[in-house]
Each structure stands twice: as structure tokens, then as C-alpha cells.
Design a protein around this ligand. Structure first.
Ligand code: SF4
Length: 554
């Protein structure tokens, strides 16, 4: 199906208007905005805010920004106001948004497929040092986030990013977000298929296209041809997972409707096999279904997962084929269970061409502008011009000759970017948390780093694959529901009855073919200070009681 304009809604009502009146679906003729977000999107497309940033706001300053742009459309260009320093987590739910707003922004740089050249990384590093007080975090969606951005500097930052082929277009907002891709696409020895051409085609056809810039909410995509299932495909709105078709060869298994946060859902297979050259067509079909049939009344139900849950995979596939692709999809096999549980590509691995890729582990994704610049220089000094980010907040240097690996590894270690991390350094992820996030209740990044140190000291021999994920609030930015140990930030009572920062514990979540959500252990809330004690206890008991071959789980 060709990309069709979405605004004003062009869809002809396909069913009797009013049948699903309560959900605000365009495809059933319900075009009247049912909430403030739908109204501001109808009033003016989010993409249009760029002109106002360049011509008005960056010149007249923060106070000139229209509130609907400030807390709405700025996201279409990767900008969120950050949390005003000094507001504790107990105030998060009671203050008005404007009381939480700082006059600085978080800026998200989208890194589709996690692909970065060294010149691009250097530019991000320089922007971080010059405009972002040195901040830089690698996110678990392969992006890089900067903080302390002034509106006055945004046009110059865009100019520098775009000069090297990077952008912040639709990095946030009700839009097609960054397309996740295997960090080792095109180079891994065990690769089933390289999805890179499909990522490029989706970027070309979908990102920044006004046909898809007013979606019910965010839309997440993942594409990987790695047998390690290395892009968390189970929790994306649409995913293409590499499989070998017995007759047609390598292609992709199609999944839809995954997502975390409230009402988490594992994506479902449609049982369809998609060849590489048709991935972008199918992607456009799925995103069009979301735009046209997605629920727009309640923000809490405005993700594709709710439509998929209501329709079921058979009906979803039928609508995709009949109304959007105008042809049938081929049936295909499911992916196989990965042989390894670590999927982050950390360590030294041989490539298809005989060279090596080297994955390393920053602490909970936190780096800084100086470090990024040094990593770019280090990679170049070792003959590499390419890097990748991973969905575990890690990075990979590609294309290293064998005789340069040792020196590169030593250089990374000197930057505290270890290639041989402990299980704890490797496994711990943290969201932005109270340092910058307006929704946060507790600290995450610094606490995650401290937790790594404590667990390394207490359990130096522990070498099991596991995942420890920290969120600063009940949302799911660090994927707590699918972690072995998921820690959901909230205020808890300490032994003296005082309210302090702490976490609700979820145990036993997983991705992969055993994907499922961790069990919320009833009443199990741990104060922040007691986290190392608690996790040490859980892991020690696991080591004492496990049977042969049992992996960490509850
Ligand atoms: Fe903010 Fe909550 Fe997301 Fe963490 S999980 S980044 S605190 S919204």
C-alpha cells in the first residue's frame, strides 16, 4: 500500500461510524479529538514545531514557547523538558507539570539500527561537551540522550547532527520511533539475514513523513536477523525476526503488539514470513493499521498491543492483507530458541570477513561527551570507522584486525569501558530516573552503578547470565517486567516507618522464546539501601539450591 496522507484524516469510514465510538478510531469515522493530545495533534502536526523552534523559540528563549509545543510537539523533534533539580520523588504525582519543568531539555538522538560512524560519534561527543554539560546516556533503544540542552542551542545542534547524517526527527512523541536493529547486522558469523536494507527503506519512507506523524501514540519497530534474538523483539509494536524458510530461504517472521508499561504484553506471531525486500511494505501496512484503527480516546489504551489483543492475530493478519497489502502473506516458521542467554555482543567476536567486533560495557549506559570522543578516536586509531549501540545500553566497535584487538581492549579498559565485565556490570540496566525525568520517583543511574560495585565485591565468583533492571517509576523504560530481577522505583517505608526511596521487586521475567513477565512478589519492597543485601541473598540462595543446568529464575 502506498503511503497515504493522514492529516486531515483521509481514511474513508470502512465501517459504520459509531460502532466503536468510544475508542476514537479514525477508520470507523471518529475524527473528533477525544483528549488534549489528540486535539493539539489535530491543531498542528508535531513536525511543524521545528520551524517555530528555529525562527521564534531559539531566539526569544524558553519563556516564549507555547505550552502545547513545550509539553507536546517538541517531542516530535526529540525534546523533553527535564525535571527541575531538587524536587523529591514524593512531589512527582502532586505537582503540576509546569512546576516540575526545568528550563532545559533532554535531547534524544535517534540511532536507527544502532549504527554510528566514528565521525558521528565524535560530533555527538562534541555536542555533549559544548551544549549538554558533558552528559550522554546510551539508552536501551540504541539512542543517545543528552541533557541540559538550552532551546537557544537547538538549531546549531541540529545543524551539526544533520551534517553527519544524524537526526532527532520523531525520536519522541506519537510517532514511529527509532528502528531497532541487530548491533552485528551484516558482520556476525551466525547471521541468518542482514536486515539493514529494510531499516534504511523504513527510514526513507516512514520517518518524518507526515502520513505517519500523527499516530495514536508511539510506535516501536525492531528488525534483526541474528539468531541471538538481540533486539527485544517481543516487546515492540512490530518486529521482524530472522528465520530460514524451508522453501524460500532467509527472511523474517512477523510479530505485532508487544509492549511494556501498563498492561504489558508479549508480541504475537502472525505466522507470516516476509522476504527482506517486502519488510518496508509490511511495516507501512502495520503502522497504517495503527494510525487508522488504533485507539485514540484514552492514552493508556492507545498502543497497538490493545488492538492486537482485541482483534487476535488472525484478524490482524487478515486486515493487513486485505486492506493494506492487497495480497496474501506467505506462512512461515517461528524463530528458534537462542543458544546463548547473553545477547549483548559484549566481548571479542570474529566477523564474517575475518576481522573482529569488540563489545564493551559502560555502567548502566552512562558515558559522557569526553568518553564518546575518546571512543571514536580509539576506534579510528585501531582501524575502525564503525560502532553500534545495543538494546542493553552497551556498545560495539566493528571491523578490528586481529592484531589490534588487544590494544583496543586495553584502551577501552582504561576508559572504564570493560570488554570482560562481571555479570553484574553486564546485566544491570537503569532508566533515566529522578536526576532528569519528570515522572521519576527515585534515583536509578547512580544507584545502579553503586549496586554493581556492591555486588561485584560481595559475589566476586558469580558468573551467571541474568538481568537486573531498575526503573525510577511504574513505567517500563528499563524493561523491568522482563528482567530476572526487575526493580520498580517507589517510595517505601523503612524499618523506622519513614518514607524512603525503594523498589517493588519483580522476579523471573525473561525475553526469548520463554518470554514472560516477572512475578510481582507480593509485599516485597526493598529500600534503596537494602538492595545489595536483598540481591545477594536471592543469588546466593539460587546458587545453593539450583539443579544442574538451571538458569537464574524464581
Ligand atoms: Fe522516567 Fe519512569 Fe521512564 Fe524511568 S521508567 S525514565 S523514571 S518515565
Amino acid at each position: 500500500m502506498a503511503d497515504s496522507p493522514a492529516q486531515p484524516p483521509a481514511a474513508t469510514p470502512r465501517r459504520k461510524a459509531g460502532r466503536h465510538r468510544g475508542e476514537g478510531q479514525w477508520a470507523v469515522g471518529h475524527f473528533t479529538p477525544l483528549n488534549g493530545n489528540e486535539q493539539f495533534k489535530k491543531d498542528d502536526d508535531g513536525l511543524n514545531v521545528r520551524t517555530r523552534i528555529e525562527t521564534i523559540y531559539s531566539k526569544a528563549g524558553f519563556d516564549s514557547i507555547d505550552p502545547n509545543d513545550l509539553r507536546g510537539r517538541m517531542r516530535w523533534w526529540g525534546l523533553y523538558t527535564q525535571r527541575r533539580p531538587g524536587i523529591d520523588g514524593g512531589k512527582t504525582a502532586v505537582l503540576e507539570p509546569e512546576e516540575l519543568d526545568d528550563k532545559y531539555f533532554m535531547l534524544r538522538v535517534r540511532v536507527d539500527g544502532g549504527r554510528l560512524r566514528t565521525d558521528q560519534l565524535r560530533v555527538i561527543g562534541e555536542i555533549s561537551q559544548e551544549f549538554a554539560r558533558g552528559t550522554a546516556d546510551i539508552t536501551d533503544r540504541q539512542n543517545i540522550q543528552l541533557h541540559w540542552i538550552r532551546i537557544e542551542d537547538v538549531p546549531e545542534i541540529w545543524r551539526r547532527l544533520e551534517a553527519v547524517g544524524l537526526s532527532t526527527t520523531e525520536a519522541c512523541g506519537d510517532t514511529p520511533r527509532v528502528v531497532l536493529g541487530s548491533p552485528v547486522a551484516g558482520i556476525a558469523l551466525d547471521e541468518i539475514i542482514d536486515g539493514t536494507p529494510a531499516i534504511d527503506e523504513i527510514q526513507r519512507r516512514v520517518i518524518g513523513n507526515p502520513a505517519f506523524s500523527n499516530l495514536p501514540r508511539k510506535f516501536k519497530t525492531a528488525i534483526s536477523g541474528s539468531p541471538l534474538l538481540d533486539v527485544a523483539h517481543e516487546i515492540n509494536d512490530v518486529s521482524f525476526v530472522g528465520v530460514e524458510h524451508p522453501e524460500h530461504g532467509p527472511g523474517f517472521d512477523l510479530w505485532v503488539g508487544g509492549g511494556l508499561s501498563t498492561n504489558p504484553k508479549i508480541g504475537v506471531r502472525l505466522g507470516a514470513w516476509v522476504p527482506l525486500e517486502e519488510v518496508a511494505d509490511v511495516h507501512v501496512g502495520v503502522i497504517s493499521i495503527f494510525r487508522d484503527y488504533g485507539y485514540r480516546r484514552l492514552r493508556t489504551r492507545a498502543r497497538l498491543k490493545f488492538l492486537v489483543a482485541d482483534w487476535g492475530p488472525e484478524k490482524f493478519r487478515q486486515v493487513l492483507e486485505d486492506e493494506y497489502l492487497k495480497r496474501l502473506l506467505l506462512d512461515g516458521p517461528a524463530p528458534a530458541e537462542p543458544v546463548e542467554r547473553w545477547r549483548d555482543h559484549v566481548g571479542v567476536h570474529r566477523q564474517q570477513d575475518g576481522r573482529f567486533y569488540v563489545g564493551f560495557a559502560p555502567r548502566v549506559g552512562r558515558v559522557d561527551g569526553t568518553v564518546l570522543t575518546k571512543v571514536a578516536e580509539l576506534a579510528e586509531a585501531h582501524g575502525s570507522g564503525r560502532l553500534r549501540t545495543t538494546v542493553e545500553q552497551k556498545m560495539v566497535v566493528l571491523d578490528v584486525e586481529e592484531d589490534r584487538v588487544e590494544s583496543l581492549t586495553a584502551g577501552l579498559e582504561a576508559l572504564d569501558l570493560t570488554v570482560t565485565p562481571s555479570s553484574f556490570r553486564r546485566s544491570t540496566m537503569a532508566c533515566t530516573g529522578i536526576e532528569f525525568c519528570k515522572l521519576a520517583i527515585v534515583e536509578t543511574k547512580a544507584r545502579g552503578s553503586w549496586l554493581i560495585d556492591e555486588l561485584e565485591r560481595r559475589l566476586p565468583e558469580f558468573d551467571e547470565p541474568l538481568t537486573i533492571n531498575l526503573n525510577g517509576c511504574p513505567n517500563a523504560c528499563a524493561r523491568i517486567q522482563v528482567a530476572d530481577i526487575g526493580l520498580k522505583g517507589q517510595l517505601v517505608l523503612d524499618e523506622n516507618g519513614e518514607q524512603v526511596e525503594g523498589y517493588q521487586v519483580h522476579l523471573g521475567g525473561a525475553l526469548g522464546l520463554e518470554a514472560g513477565f516477572g512475578r510481582k512478589v507480593r509485599g516485597l519492597k526493598v529500600t534503596a539501601d537494602a538492595l545489595p543485601d536483598y540481591i545477594e541473598r536471592v543469588l546466593t540462595r539460587f546458587q545453593e539450591q539450583r539443579t544442574d543446568g538451571e538458569r537464574f529464575a524464581t
